[in-house]
Design a protein around this ligand. Sequence first.
Ligand SMILES: NC(=O)c1ccc[n+]([C@@H]2O[C@H](COP(=O)([O-])OP(=O)(O)OC[C@H]3O[C@@H](n4cnc5c(N)ncnc54)[C@H](OP(=O)(O)O)[C@@H]3O)[C@@H](O)[C@H]2O)c1
Length: 227
Amino acid sequence: MTASKLALVTGANRGIGFEVCRQLLGKGFRVILAARDLEKAKQAAQQLSPEVIPVALDVTSSESIEQLRTWLEHQHGGLDVLINNAGIYPDEGQNILKVPVHAFREAMEVNAFAALEISQALFPLLEKRKGQIINVSSEMGAWEDLHPSTSAYRLSKLALNGITLMLSRAGRGHISVNAVCPGWVRTDMGGPDAPGSVQEGASGIVWLAEQVRGTGSFYQNRQQIDW
Ligand SMILES: NC(=O)c1ccc[n+]([C@@H]2O[C@H](COP(=O)([O-])OP(=O)(O)OC[C@H]3O[C@@H](n4cnc5c(N)ncnc54)[C@H](OP(=O)(O)O)[C@@H]3O)[C@@H](O)[C@H]2O)c1
């Protein structure tokens, strides 16, 4: 029974995050739609349902994370599902020998460290509900996929996978923590030539959110895949 579960999705004003919110609503979740620009969060929420709660969250800002945590604790007292979805793709197709190190730092900040900091902040609220953290990762960060192109993005998702595994061990018995790759899908990030639809990408994430399916695993297309 998921009717009263509360889910928070980061980077949800567009792309996969927005579609995840739409599908979660359809499954009976209460949805908090987070975006770094509150106006964009409000506009996105309005497109979905008056019941969607728009909030501001710049995932790279400790202050923004703390504001969200305080609000969540006072307004809701707990959280069932945290979906760390916000991400950037700063070095598409570029070779590791040419990618400036600042691009690696930016990718790490948004794609890995932000998910860690949000998870640290919300962990106690998730523990209260025996909740779950779902980190939206990419098969591009899997060991077998560490090609020299798009290396800043790959390394950030490799780091996110490591964070997922360590958080899952920290939360064992209390909360479940998994990573999921949505596949290559058509969004601003995925581009128009991606083979999959945004609906397909989101559905594997929502499948994980619907019920706890163990902890410390990496999924794609509803199947466990190798780190
Ligand atoms: N699309 C694919 O093919 C694909 C494949 C594998 C994995 N993924 C992963 O899926 C997730 C979503 O990707 P997408 O395709 O939906 O990307 P997208 O269309 O580019 O959307 C990215 C989202 O992240 C937000 N974001 C970026 N930096 C942020 C920050 N500092 N604070 C808050 N929000 C921030 C963006 O907000 P703004 O609008 O404010 O910029 C936007 O809402 C990412 O983690 C991505 O790595 C995507």
